[in-house]
Ligand binder design. Structure first.
Ligand code: ATP
Ligand code: MG
Ligand code: MG
Length: 554
């Protein structure tokens, strides 16, 4: 049992333990359908289930809910496994609902024999008409009272591939007057002449979610089956199906529901994310603007940050929209601890130190990360010609401007104190060079009196001769609306932000030449950046992960 205050899911488990369920019977699962890549909503569910597994030292299965061959692919299975592992979790067993197709079929035959399931040969339109409304009972299908023999025969022939799709389905015989519409003789099997990514052509009838999920839970002896709130009305059916197959000495799985997690300025629905990919609004499932785990990974988000985010928002009983800035806060907080600091200039203007010797170069010590317990250093080259950020200089500035201006002093990070002297402009009046003088005795870390002189500002720089150009991809929100999915009248794609990607050339200190795919850095005073997988031997590509502080204007 745990020290911290329990959420309602943990309370349910504690209650069951108190009522006699032994702790070694606890078992959880994460059950994705392999019909797309996982997104930040799934991350919540992964952290919940695998987190419980760690807290209670209970196994957690990764179960692929692969009952709809039309939409499922091996590519998605592989991507899902990679994402769960990347988040830092290890499943006990890798399971597939499709591994249970034979068992489900056998149970179905037994149900038919007990008169609890029948083959319906109407069209789906006819069946829809008979469903009734929540306040009005449905109408029995004319096939509801088919004989057991006829049902067995038809069901077998459905399995053998004798019928076209849509000609027959198998329904559970429950209650056409139930106030729960899902109990009005729900569909258990439909005919689909489709290739399945695991079972190939073996089956042409496929079980529905409700008839597969609880039974899979039971076969794996899952004690608690947590799903999102839209499945609340399915719970009665989940229990009804379990009642038909349960053995008393086995653990009876329990379905409980928690709220879906939605993130602002994005969509969390595989179907919609797939549309963005297929229609070319993004470059792929792992586009760094996507809310997918693979997109966030490529963007430079860390597994720790995503787990902390899931932990911070916790689980809820009601659906809600979480502001994406909270996720960014978690990313920033983790990267602040772990990302090495480097210097890069993204909007360069040339700074020339007129009194610095021509041709001289110095390699200065620079701290890698002041958050480190034991400080480590690297060398950065310094010379007469430097790049600084255009916005770090103003010709005429008021007393609140602590960066470079004419006649005043500023420190170049890890280097010298300099003083602005003059500017060179082109015919249009744009500054092309800034001329400054440096104080030779003021080198950072030299211990001299001059090095300890206090100046108001510190700016970053890179040496022109040593700078490494790189492609820098800067991202904005993929959607300009906080809740693009929130209005049923307006298609979410109407809210796509046309300026969500900006590509520029930046100039980096040469230590970054050896950076490889996935490496993360803080570009000092600019934000966090990571090496993109598009990087080649002769071209570095960086993604901006997140800024140094929350500058998003609401
Ligand atoms: P989508 O609509 O994106 O396909 P889904 O719920 O159909 O989502 P599944 O692959 O069935 O996707 O989901 C696997 C598990 O993740 C389920 O238990 C599901 O409830 C959970 N899950 C999916 N989306 C969210 C979300 N936004 N917040 C929390 N849990 C989620
Ligand atoms: Mg689902
Ligand atoms: Mg789905």
């Amino acid at each position: 049992t745990k020290e911290k205050s329990l959420n309602f899911i943990e309370q349910i488990i504690e209650e069951d333990l108190k009522n006699g369920l032994s702790q070694d019977k606890l078992r959880f699962r994460f059950p994705p359908e392999p019909n797309g890549y996982l997104h930040i909503g799934h991350a919540s569910s992964i952290c919940l289930n695998f987190g419980l597994g760690l807290d209670y030292q209970a196994p957690v299965n990764l179960r692929f809910d692969d009952t709809n061959p039309a939409k499922e692919e091996q590519e998605y299975v592989d991507a899902i496994k990679k994402d769960v592992q990347w988040l830092g979790y290890q499943w006990a067993e890798e399971c597939y609902a499709s591994d249970y197709f034979q068992q489900l079929y056998d149970w179905t035959v037994a149900l038919i024999k007990k008169g609890k399931a029948y083959v319906d040969s109407q069209t789906s339109e006819e069946m829809a008409k008979q469903k009734g409304t929540p306040t009005q009972a449905g109408v029995d299908s004319p096939y509801r009272n088919r004989s057991v023999e006829e049902n067995l025969d038809l069901f077998e022939r459905m399995k053998n591939g004798e019928f076209e799709e849509g000609t027959h389905i198998l329904r559970a015989k429950i209650d056409m007057a139930s106030t729960n519409m899902l109990m009005r003789d729900p569909i258990m099997y439909r005919i689909l002449h489709k290739h399945h990514h695991r079972t190939g052509e073996k089956w042409c009838i496929y079980p529905m979610y409700d008839w597969a999920h609880g039974e899979s839970d039971y076969l794996e002896q899952i004690s608690h089956s947590f799903c999102t709130l839209e499945f609340l009305p399915h719970r009665e059916l989940y229990d009804w199906f379990l009642d038909q197959i349960i053995d008393t000495d086995k653990v009876r799985p329990k379905q409980r529901e928690f709220a879906r997690r939605n993130l602002s300025h994005t969509v969390v629905s595989k179907r919609k994310l797939l549309q963005l990919v297929q229609e070319g609004h993004v470059t792929g499932w792992d586009d760094p603007r996507m809310s997918t785990i693979s997109g966030m990974r490529r963007r430079g988000y860390t597994p720790t940050a995503i787990r902390n985010f899931a932990d911070t928002i916790g689980i809820a009983k009601r659906d809600n929209l979480i502001d994406v800035s909270l996720l960014e806060f978690c990313v920033r907080e983790d990267l602040n601890k772990t990302a090495p600091r480097v210097m890069a200039v993204l909007d360069p203007v040339k700074l020339i130190l007129t009194n610095y010797p021509e041709g001289k170069e110095e390699w200065l010590d620079a701290e890698n990360n002041q958050e480190e317990e034991i400080m480590t250093y690297r060398k950065v080259p310094f010379s007469k010609e430097l790049y600084i950020e255009r916005e770090d200089f103003l010709e005429e500035a008021n007393s609140k401007f602590f960066r470079l201006t004419l006649g005043k002093e500023v420190r170049l990070k890890n280097a010298y104190i300099i003083k602005g002297e003059s500017v060179v402009k082109d015919a249009d009046g744009n500054i092309t060079e800034i001329h400054a003088t440096y104080d030779e005795d003021s080198r950072s870390g030299s211990g001299s009196e001059a090095s300890q002189r206090k100046v108001k500002g510190t700016i970053h720089w890179v040496s022109v001769a040593h700078a490494v150009p790189a492609e820098i991809r800067i991202y904005d929100r993929l959607f300009s609306h906080e809740n693009p999915d929130g209005n049923k009248e307006i298609n979410f794609k109407e809210f796509l932000n046309p300026n969500s990607l900006e590509i520029i050339t930046g100039y980096l200190e040469p230590s970054l030449k050896t950076a490889v795919d996935g490496d993360r850095f803080q570009f000092q005073r600019l934000g966090y950046f990571c090496v993109d997988r598009d990087t080649t031997a002769d071209k570095l590509v960086f993604n901006k992960t997140v800024g140094l502080r929350d500058t998003w204007a609401k």
